[in-house]
Design a protein around this ligand. Sequence first.
Ligand code: DGJ
Length: 746
Amino acid sequence: MPVIFHEKTKEFHLCNGEISYIFGILANGQPGHIYYGKRLTDREDFGYMTEYAMRDMAPCAFEGNTSFSLEHLKQEYPAYGSGDMRFPAFELEYENGSRTVDFQYKEHAIYKGKKGLEGLPAVYVENEEEAETLELTLEDPLTGVQMILFYTIFEEYPVITRSTCFCCKKERVTLLNAMSGCLDLPDKDYEMVELAGAWSRERHVKVRGLEYGIQSIYSLRGCSSHQFNPFLALKRTNTDEHSGEVIGAGLVYSGDFLAQAEVDNFDVTRLIMGIHPNEFRWEMEAGEKFQTPEMVLVYSENGLNGMSQVFHRLYRTRLARGKWRDRERPILINNWEATYFDFHEEKLLKLAEKAREIGVELFVLDDGWFGKRNDATSSLGDWRVNEEKLPGGLKRLAEKINALGLDFGLWIEPEMVNKDSDLYRAHPDWVFADIRRNYCHSRNQYVLDFSKKEVVDYIHGQIRKILKEAPIAYIKWDMNRSFSEVFSNGMDRAHQGKARHQYILGVYDLYERLLREFPDILFESCASGGARFDPGMLYYAPQAWTSDDTDAVERIKIQYGTSYVYPLSSMGSHVSASPNHQIFRDTPIYTRANVAYFGTFGYELDLTEAAEEELRIMRQQTEFMKKHRKLIQKGIFYRLKSPFEHNSSAWMVVSEDRREALFAYFRVLQPPQAGFERIRLSGLNAEWKYRVKEETGESGYEGEHYGDELMYAGLSLSDQSSGLVKIAGDHQGDYMSRLLSLSAII
Ligand code: DGJ
């Protein structure tokens, strides 16, 4: 049984073959944290690990007892107003203004499987044997308010999921803060790993040592954001990609979030994660409930790669859903960087024809097909085709594309409106802003108030009509601005504190309705590139546009960072034009593909302008991707050398049975008189012999090596030129890359 309850000691031990998560009930009835980490042999009493000790001026719960202070006890879900001065996991206010609480253990239930969270994305199980869940009910006896802490442990993963549900029984309560989970750790010898950035340089890896005080990342932008990702990891200082201890925490949510590590002045670390409390105020009437989003905790003693591999497998197979979850993803052409807003049917068909010639499978029509949208100033909200550009509508275009042998996909941005639109003219109060004041635009657009059901219903009607009208196989769902001054017009005060969370629930609801009615459509989420690349979105859209930055060199870092949490099957990655449209950098066509292969793969450039030789290479590229995409999208990914620390970097993906692998090496600048370089591979079978074959360029290395040679001695990537003499071939110069396939000879 993965969840063990020791009646006598009132201790809970959640364990599988790899991990243990242990907590008990403290003398005041609250759950106190005992241990999370590598599996421990079960015993009746781990109570000795709970440290009671007198510390300066601590508020103590029991008269005459100077060592029971919540300020210095490790807890499961600490409250504000109970003697603990650290950042609380929750805070609530009763009708009389009191914020004092006293939640005590009432009962618990242990059952096989895992329940879904109403209206929210969550990790799931396919059969009950995969996991076991503990529901721990706590009650504040004075008010009857209950709180259920949910814990699920998976049989096959070193994963614990957590969330909390508040149930208001007798009186009204206002939740001021409701985190998804908390983890009090016994020391502070960690480094915090986060994914930070900005538009076009999302999810760069940042590492900082923990210090006294709070170190946090967050979003108050209404989306998970370009700036920070709802993920953080605490790793030991000697942990690297391949070995050492790390705890990764992810939030299955797409809106405002807070993720932080607080180190108190006695060297205890508190990790918490949840909806950002700043703009959150949830009033509950008697009988109502509030469910927090889910927090996913991963423990690894196999370094950051070990942590990432668990996230990948869990998110790819037990968070992503639907028909496309396990399918190889189609190679697409997107017309955005090929045409921007400037297109008509004939131009698109020419592009599609070329795409078909090179082996593309899906044609995606991006922004600009509706209303009178010829630039970014108008028509969001008016989801009617522009017949001037596309006479005969989407149906005619989609059918012509289908006749060429390609599927047809479409871009939408359902959550937004331009002032220059019929929708805005009819419903100016549907924007998420106090319309009596001046309010900010961003990219000339405004956020629709998805906290109102009528708005979601209206947009649902519009999008549904389009999807019924034409044979649409794929949708790119964009979201191109952050929230600024949020106000839900015409709604009461109580609604305002709920509006931001209800907005996200509205987005999830719209996704859910469309998925139910159109289960065959492949959804790709997008938010100005990668501003909503989060686990919440993955529940609805199994892939996401990783970044608007399509430059191959920038993408090495972006995809490397994204891979800390998200599987390759979720990363939209395209070959685009050179010079690149964001960075203006010229990169070789083979390097652009060598980066883009490690994702869902596609093209985003004007193929009608491409030279025959380029088209020939692209044809080879699509053939290569079709042959290897199963391995890429379902294999085990290893980061081998970081682009954040070196001029050269490397990664590889290995099939689960270890018979196939692909290795990629990237070197940004050509060094003069380059040093010799060997990279040690990972994940192979040491005893098997592999055929190693260069896949970039017309000729290259081919040889046979045992797994042990490749993993322990390494693969030589040394430059063959002297720095003075350029040797023929692709493996020199700036922005160079190499791609090698490995197949076992058994
Ligand atoms: C932002 C997206 O990230 C781009 O790929 C493109 O779809 C534009 N929006 C269109 O407006």
